[in-house]
Design a protein around this ligand. Structure first.
Ligand code: IPM
Ligand code: MG
Length: 365
C-alpha cells in the first residue's frame, strides 16, 4: 500500500532522529511491500528562520493533506537562542501548539514501559525497578491552560499575568472515552489524575469521567490527585495501567514517567484526532546541547513511527516488527549513551551513535 507521510524534522536533534525513523520506515516498506512517500514540512525554529513564523498556513495545509505526520522535535535553548527574544506567539513552541489545535489532535498517548533489558538504566531503587511497569498516559492535548485566555497587564499598579484553565464537558468526555477504549485493550484500569481538592475544572473532570465509566463496566476507574500521582510514579509505577489527565498535568507527568523508564530517549508518543489521522513524535525535546553530534537516541522517534503504522495505517504486523527489533537489539546489548547501565559495567554492551542505532533496528526487521 502507499502512504503519504509529512515529516517535520524540526530543530536540534530533530533532523537526526527523524532521518533514522525514516530509514526504518523505508526498510519496513521494502520488507512488507509498502510505499512511504515523504513530504518535508517546516515547523519551529527552522520555520522562523526560513519564513519568519513557526508554522505557516502552507505548512498546515500540507500536513492536513498527508495520511499522517512524523515529527522530530522543535525549539532551542530558551536562554541563548534568538528565537526566545521573539514575542511568545512567534516562538517555536507556538508552532507545535498551533498544529495540535489546527489538526484537532486532542488525544496524546504516551506509553511508558520499562524494558527489562534497561532495568539497570532505571534510576529507581532496584526493588522497585525489578517489578517493571507498563503504563500509558492519555493526555488531553488541545485544552486547559495551554489554550485558555492569557494576558499580562498592569492591575492596580502591579504587573499581573493571567492564564486560564478551562475545560468543557465535551472536551473531557472525548478524551475520557479514548482512555477507557485503550484500557479495554490493556489491563482494564484507568487512573484519572486531577486536582479536584482545589480546582473546579478538576471537579468537572471527575464528574464526567465517572459518567463515561458507566459505559465501561469492565474497566476499573480510580481517581488520584496530581501531587500524589507524581509521588506514586516513582514509588510504585507498576500500579498504573492507563493514566488519564489534562494537558498540563500530562505534560509534567509524562516527562517524569519517561525518566523512570531509564531515558526520555525511549518514549514514543501519538497525538490523534477523531479520525485515524495522527502526529507522531518522541516525547523528548530538541536537546540543543547534543544536536549535530550524532549521539542522540533515535528509538523514541522510531517507536513513534511504529505507533503511526499501528494507529493511522492499521499495519499491526509491521509495527510489531519494529518493536520486536528494538527488543532484540536491546537483548544484543546495543545502547546509545543515554541508556548505558548506570553501574558502569559495560560487559556485553556495544555503544552506538544515532545512525548506528537506526541501522541496528533495520538489521533486525
Ligand atoms: C511536550 C512538550 C510541549 C508541551 C512543549 C514543547 C510546548 O513539552 O510535547 O510535552 O508542553 O506540550
Ligand atoms: Mg513536555
Amino acid at each position: 500500500m502507499k502512504f503519504n507521510i509529512g515529516v517535520i524534522a524540526g530543530d536540534g536533534i530533530g533532523p537526526e532522529i527523524t532521518d533514522e525513523a525514516w530509514k526504518v520506515l523505508l526498510k519496513v516498506g521494502q520488507v512488507y511491500g509498502h510505499e512511504f512517500v515523504r513530504t518535508d514540512i517546516l515547523m519551529g525554529g527552522c520555520s522562523i528562520d526560513a519564513c519568519g513564523e513557526p508554522l505557516t498556513q502552507e505548512a498546515i495545509d500540507t500536513a492536513k493533506a498527508q495520511d499522517a505526520v512524523l515529527m522530530g522535535s522543535i525549539g532551542g535553548n530558551t536562554s541563548t537562542s534568538p528565537w526566545y527574544k521573539l514575542p511568545p506567539e512567534k516562538r517555536p513552541e507556538a508552532g507545535l501548539l498551533k498544529i495540535r489545535k489546527e489538526l484537532g489532535l486532542f488525544a496524546n498517548l504516551r506509553p511508558a514501559y520499562l524494558y527489562p533489558q534497561l532495568a539497570e538504566a532505571c534510576p529507581l531503587r532496584s526493588e522497585v525497578a525489578k517489578e517493571g511497569f507498563d503504563m500509558l498516559i492519555m493526555r488531553e492535548l488541545t485544552g486547559g491552560l495551554y489554550f485558555g485566555d492569557r494576558y499580562t497587564k498592569e492591575v492596580d499598579g502591579l504587573m499581573t499575568a493571567v492564564d486560564t484553565l478551562s475545560y468543557n464537558e465535551t472536551e473531557i468526555r472525548r478524551i475520557a472515552k479514548r482512555a477507557f477504549d485503550v484500557a479495554l485493550k490493556r489491563r482494564k484500569k484507568v487512573t484519572s489524575v486531577d486536582k479536584a481538592n482545589v480546582l473546579d475544572s478538576s471537579r468537572l473532570w471527575r464528574k464526567i469521567t465517572e459518567e463515561v465509566a458507566k459505559d465501561y463496566p469492565e474497566v476499573e476507574l480510580s481517581h488520584m490527585l496530581v501531587d500524589n500521582a507524581a509521588m506514586q510514579l516513582v514509588k510504585d509505577p507498576a500500579q498504573f495501567d492507563v493514566i488519564l489527565t489534562e494537558n498540563m498535568f500530562g505534560d509534567i507527568l509524562s516527562d517524569e514517567a519517561s525518566m523512570v523508564t531509564g531515558s526520555i530517549g525511549m518514549l514514543a508518543s501519538a497525538s490523534l484526532n477523531e479520525s485515524k489521522f495522527g502526529l507522531y513524535e518522541p516525547s523528548g525535546g530538541s536537546a540543543p546541547d547534543i544536536a549535530g553530534q550524532g549521539i542522540a537516541n533515535p528509538l523514541a522517534t522510531i517507536l513513534s513511527a511504529a505507533m503511526m503504522l499501528r494507529f493511522s495505517f492499521d499495519l499491526d504486523k509491521e509495527a510489531d516488527a519494529i518493536e520486536d527489533a528494538v527488543r532484540a537489539l536491546l537483548d544484543d546489548g546495543i545502547r546509545t549513551g543515554d541508556i548505558l547501565p548506570q553501574s558502569g559495567d559495560l560487559t556485553g554492551i556495544t555503544q552506538v551513535g544515532t545512525s548506528g542505532m537506526g541501522d541496528a533496528v533495520c538489521d533486525r526487521i
